[in-house]
Design a protein around this ligand. Structure first.
Ligand code: NAD
Length: 476
């Protein structure tokens, strides 16, 4: 059992702010308290917004190079506290500290992403320069941005928002999930020494803090990552003062394994595309469609692979899969497994949840459940995977698209023309062929349908923190 004895503070107007009321952060591996964090009141939010609004006047006037330099210094600050951040990350999130995409990797990715995002430039664009007119399109910052982050990638997804928002001249209020506030609070500490007061504010709190942010009349932009259900509430609330919104929401991604795929080759990457981060990844494979010709061989290889993966406390260096992050999610995944069991489908692996402390669920693979079962239709967001047999490519494309979600997907096999043709027909923001979850600062990432609005990353994602402004000069 590990308890963090230090105190955590919010960052408002460059100051460390503590509160009498505190929120307990639990370690999902044993349900003991890791630390306590402040609970912001509406007054705290008002102070942060006022500070951000005031700081905007000078921050937005700096050159982009000056702002980029601060973001790079912030990245160095994250890197310099790597050990502490990675440990806190595992204690609050449950992610294995040393796994291939473990806590160290996420902290490193957060620092690197900052550096890469700081290089983007939204240069003015001359739209017309004729005898009659000179017309130039500029990008101006939106103002105060509210950045709302989920618990599954608390460091990296915060950075996806923080770096472009600051680069383009906005000031920010960052709100982590109440389940995983620690790494974000440390980011606030780091920011205090780098950014002018009011530019970078971090608030933690209970369930009402998010709605206060989305409803605040002086916040001009919301960038939200979380579930589709919450995303709809965010958009509704943001409409009151027509805040700009970027919404990165849920997914129910399909992977389609073609008949010519070699099961021995694709099982390992496909396993991790499903179960990495205990399957709590928006772009995890959540429905795995396998051609009937190789279905039995594939399923057997997948189950064999799964059986050798150590599940346990993320602080143990041998662990590759940690617990589910929180109790609500744990209960939900258990419910989906129970539903599958009751329906009589075959459980190929796992399925029995031990009654012990910690939110541990064994890797559970369901053998060919019906298309309309809950485990196929709903986003589980935990380690239960339906593997589904198909025989016809047009049919499987139709089944993959038969969802309100449209985040990502993947196709696996040797016939690249067929894979490309399937990829083109999938109604999602990203499709990978023979790889998974490859993301980079220069690649636009966003969902179709009810998986979101707008994109993050790339110049297009950076532009989401700006308004366009066109200045037209009449020459004669
Ligand atoms: P969630 O929607 O419950 O919470 C996300 C954040 O919103 C948290 O900080 C939460 O405190 C806050 N929040 C909750 N209610 C709010 C409200 N009414 N108004 C404003 N803020 C509110 O999601 P979660 O359980 O933290 O995350 C899991 C979900 O996020 C999954 O559906 C997953 O697919 C999705 N996700 C999407 C992406 C993506 O990029 N598309 C990335 C990661 C996770």
């Amino acid at each position: 059992m590990q308890t963090i004895t230090r105190e955590f503070s919010m960052t408002i107007n460059g100051q460390a702010i503590k509160t009498d009321k505190l929120l307990s952060v639990l370690n999902p591996a044993n349900e003991t308290e890791v630390a306590r964090v402040p609970v912001a009141t509406q007054e705290h939010l008002n102070e942060a917004v006022a500070a951000a609004k005031s700081a905007f006047k000078s921050w937005s006037k700096l050159s982009v190079e000056e702002r980029a330099a601060k973001i790079e210094a912030f990245a160095d600050g994250i890197a310099s506290r790597r050990e502490e951040l990675a440990k806190l990350f595992t204690l609050e999130m449950g992610r294995p500290i040393s796994a291939p995409f473990g806590s160290y990797t996420e902290i490193d990715a957060a620092a690197n992403w900052c550096k890469e995002m700081a290089k983007f430039r939204l240069a003015p664009e001359v739209l017309e320069d004729t005898d009659a007119h000179k017309i130039v399109k500029y990008r101006t910052p939106v103002g105060v941005a509210g950045l709302i982050v989920p618990w599954n990638f608390p460091a990296l997804l915060a950075i996806w928002k923080i770096a472009p928002a600051l680069l383009t001249g906005n000031t920010i209020i960052v709100k982590p999930s109440p389940y995983t506030p620690l790494t974000t609070l440390i980011m606030g500490e780091i920011a205090r020494d780098i950014f002018p007061p009011g530019v970078f504010n971090v608030l933690t709190g209970e369930d009402e803090l998010g709605p206060w942010i989305t409803a605040h009349p002086e916040i001009n932009k919301i960038s939200f990552t979380g579930s589709t259900a919450t995303g709809k509430k965010v958009m509704q609330s943001a409409a009151a003062n027509l805040k700009r919104v970027t919404l990165e929401l849920g997914g129910n991604d399909a992977a389609i394994v073609l008949e010519d795929a070699n099961p021995q080759e694709v099982v390992e990457p496909l396993f991790w595309s499903c179960f990495s981060n205990t399957a709590q990844v928006c772009i995890a494979t959540k429905r795995l469609y396998v051609h009937e010709k190789i279905y039995d061989q594939f399923l057997e290889a997948l189950v064999q692979y799964a059986k050798n993966i150590p599940v346990g406390d993320g602080m143990d260096k041998a662990t590759l899969i940690g617990p589910v992050q929180n109790k609500m999610q744990y209960e939900r995944v258990k419910e989906l497994i129970e539903d599958a069991k009751k329906s009589g489908v075959k459980i190929a692996c796992g399925g029995n949840v031990e009654d012990k402390p910690g939110y541990f669920i064994p890797i559970t693979i369901i053998d060919n459940p019906p298309e309309d079962s809950r485990v196929v239709k709903e986003e589980a967001f935990g380690p239960v995977l339906p593997v589904i047999k198909y025989s016809d490519y047009n049919d499987v494309i139709q089944r993959a698209n038969n969802t309100e979600y449209g985040l990502a997907g993947s196709v696996w096999g040797k016939d690249l023309n067929l894979a490309q043709s399937i990829a083109e027909q999938l109604e999602t923001g990203t499709v990978w062929i023979n790889e998974f979850q490859v993301l980079a600062p220069n690649l636009p990432f966003g969902g179709h349908k009810q998986s979101g609005i707008g994109v993050e990353n790339s110049l297009e994602g950076v532009a989401e923190y700006t308004n366009t402004k066109t200045i037209m000069v009449k020459k004669k």
